[in-house]
Write a protein that binds this ligand. Structure first.
Ligand SMILES: C[S@@+](CC[C@H](N)C(=O)[O-])C[C@H]1O[C@@H](n2cnc3c(N)ncnc32)[C@H](O)[C@@H]1O
Length: 304
C-alpha cells in the first residue's frame, strides 16, 4: 500500500472513534510532518531505529514501520492515546495485507523529558520525530484526554516567560541531545503560535535552528544564513476545541491580546476565507557523524 493511502486509512479509523474516546485527529501539521519523514528517510542509509515522540494516534510510527524501520517506538504521555494506538495497530494488521511484513511499532507511555531506557527501547535512534502541542491551556489541563493532551502545553506566568511545559524544548534539550545517533536526523513541526517560540524573547523572528543555538549553546551548521520568514511557509486552519466550559476560543483571543501568541496566529486570515489560522514550519537537523555537539540544518524543501 502507498504511504498516502495508509494515512487516509488512519484518518478514517480515528474518525470512526472505534477507541471510544475522541483522539487527536490527522491535521495539516500531521500531514506535513508525514511528508517530512518520508523525505528524511531517503537521506538515511537503512535507518534501524526511530522514536516517534508524542505518538498520539500512532500515525508517524506506522509510517516509519511502513518505510522499513525495524525498531519503531511510539512514546506518548497520554495513556488513553497509547491504548488507542495499540488498538489501531491490531486493526491495521487485520486490514492491510502489507502490514504483516512490517516490524511492528511499540507504543509506550512516557514523556519526552525522560525517554525511558529499558530493554524494549534502543539506546540511540536514527530518526527522532515530534509534532508537539502548542496552545496554552484555557482551563486545567487534563492530559488523560488524548485530544486535550494533543492541543495544550501549559501556561507561562507572563507573556515574556517561556512556557516551562513546552515539550518541544525538552524534545531537543533532552531527548535529541541524549539519544540521537551520530548521523541521525531529528525532525519536528514548529508552530508559530507561542510568541516566545518564534522570537525567543528578542525583537525579531528567529529561525528555530537559531533558537536552539541560543537556548542550548548548540552549533548548527547552516543556521546563521536562514530566515524565519522562509521557515514559516505552511499554514493551518485553527479548529477551536470548544467543548463546554473549555473556553479555548476566548482564551486564544486573550493570549493574542496579551502578546502571548505571535502574529503568525491570525483571527481572520484573508487567504483562508477569513478563518483563523496559524503558520508553522518543519525543522530537520542531522547530528554530525564525528562531533556529537555539532548538527547540520537540513533543507527538506517540502511543498504543500
Ligand atoms: C499535536 S499531538 C500529535 C499527535 C500525532 N503525533 C500527530 O502528529 O498527529 C501531540 C502529542 O504529543 C503528546 N505529548 C505532549 N507532550 C508530551 C510529552 N512531554 N511527552 C510525550 N508526549 C507528549 C500529546 O499527548 C499528543 O498525543
Amino acid at each position: 500500500m502507498e504511504n498516502d493511502a495508509l494515512l487516509s486509512w488512519i484518518e478514517a479509523d480515528i474518525a470512526s472513534c472505534r477507541c471510544g474516546v475522541p483522539e487527536f485527529p490527522v491535521t495539516t501539521m500531521t500531514r506535513t510532518l508525514w511528508s517530512g519523514i518520508k523525505a528524511i528517510a531517503k537521506l538515511l542509509d537503512r535507518p534501524k531505529a526511530a522514536l516517534d515522540a508524542g505518538s498520539g494516534s500512532g500515525a508517524h510510527s506506522f509510517l516509519l514501520a511502513s518505510l522499513g524501520v525495524e525498531n519503531v517506538q511510539g512514546l506518548e504521555r497520554c495513556g488513553e492515546a497509547v491504548a488507542c494506538a495499540k488498538d489501531r495497530a491490531n486493526r491495521l494488521h487485520a486490514a492491510l495485507p502489507d502490514a504483516a511484513n512490517w516490524a511492528w511499532p511499540q507504543f509506550i507511555q512516557g514523556c519526552v523529558e525522560a525517554v525511558p531506557r529499558n530493554s524494549e527501547l534502543l539506546d540511540q535512534f536514527d530518526i527522532m520525530t515530534m509534532n508537539p502541542p502548542a496552545f496554552y491551556t484555557p482551563t486545567k489541563i487534563d492530559i488523560s484526554r488524548p485530544l486535550d493532551s494533543g492541543l495544550y502545553t501549559g501556561n507561562p506566568p507572563t507573556p515574556a516567560e517561556p512556557d516551562p511545559a513546552n515539550p518541544i524544548n525538552d524534545f531537543f534539550r533532552i531527548a535529541v541531545s541524549q539519544r540521537l545517533a551520530p548521523g541521525g536526523i531529528a525532525i519536528c513541526t514548529w508552530p508559530g503560535i507561542q510568541a516566545r517560540q518564534v522570537t525567543d524573547g528578542t525583537a525579531s523572528k528567529l529561525h528555530p535552528a537559531q533558537i536552539l543555538m541560543r537556548r542550548f549553546n548548540w552549533q548548527i551548521e547552516g543556521a546563521d544564513s536562514v530566515l524565519a520568514e522562509d521557515f514559516y511557509r505552511f499554514s493551518s486552519k485553527l479548529a477551536y476545541n470548544d467543548s463546554p466550559g473549555n473556553g479555548f476560543r476566548r482564551y486564544t483571543h486573550l493570549c493574542l491580546e496579551d502578546g502571548k501568541y505571535h502574529s503568525y496566529v491570525q483571527r481572520s486570515d484573508p487567504e483562508h476565507q477569513h478563518q483563523p489560522t496559524f503558520a508553522f514550519g518543519v525543522l530537520a537537523i542531522r547530528r554530525d557523524t564525528h562531533v556529537p555537539d555539532l548538527f547540520h540544518l537540513i533543507d527538506i524543501n517540502l511543498q504543500t
